[in-house]
Write a protein that binds this ligand. Sequence first.
Ligand code: NDP
Length: 283
Amino acid sequence: MTDKTVTVTTPIDRYGVMGDPVSHSRSPVIHRLFALHTQQSLQYELLPVPPEKLEIAVRQFQRTGGKGLNITVPHKTEVLRLVDQMSERAVTAGAVNTLSFKGGEIYGDNTDGIGLLRDLVVNLNISVEDANILILGAGGATRGIIAPLLEMQPKSLMIANRSLGKAEALAVHFSRLGPVSACRFNAVPVSTPYDLIINATSAGVKGEAPPYPIDAISDTTYCYDLSYGLSPTPFSVWAREAGARQSVMGWGMLVEQAAESFNLWRGVRPDTAPVLKQMSIPA
Ligand code: NDP
């Protein structure tokens, strides 16, 4: 009789981020560090997917046993039509940045807002309550951050966008939650200085520079760029040169929103501080 040992290997749980462009994303590094720190076994891939291939790519990932995806520029609203169930915060946002595949169904959630809030309030100690806030951009990321910002009861929230119609649509959509209005970049009201300016355009990623409203900045203004880089982003350079009190890139939000996604997928919330430290992120 021969002694045969059969080894059954369980396939490693697969996750990834889909976007276009996505090569700049640091999400794989962050999720690998979370996995290491929480002793979870998983794989996380960068998945460049153009808009016309989004549905095919998501369905294929699901069919081949993928467990979860992060969805980034420019797919956060388009992906809604592929989702079977959504969290309340994703419904409110009308945008999804996290998909979980369970029992043949696709669950959509949005962790951008909580990620930004954690970075602003917990990590950076920036007060949002009673603040005058200006958001530049009206895309998927803006959709995710408006409701959590309004929950903190700011004095006002202005959305400025290149395409006015998109900013106006968001102002109408969120008006039941607080004082939101909309304008074009060149019509930002500046009679009262802004306490917080958030850049949520993707202009920097594409090497473009929108006409940021210089008169909206004073020496008491915090500037936060959702975009991030190993060297200062065009917006953060502009904000510093315009005399902002502090100019911060979105590394903290990136790590915090990733921690929320990781928690949804794995049922364990990783500690973000050591990951932020380990990534040697520039200020
Ligand atoms: P979308 O593609 O959904 O929206 C892009 C927005 O940028 C639109 O408002 C668009 O204006 C505006 N825009 C693009 N190019 C220009 C330009 N040249 N001049 C003026 N406005 C421009 O992207 P998202 O909302 O998903 O993401 C926005 C940015 O936020 C990205 O850089 C992304 O990487 C970053 N992000 C960072 C996160 C983090 O964790 N740090 C999380 C989420 C996003 P229009 O409507 O006129 O086209």
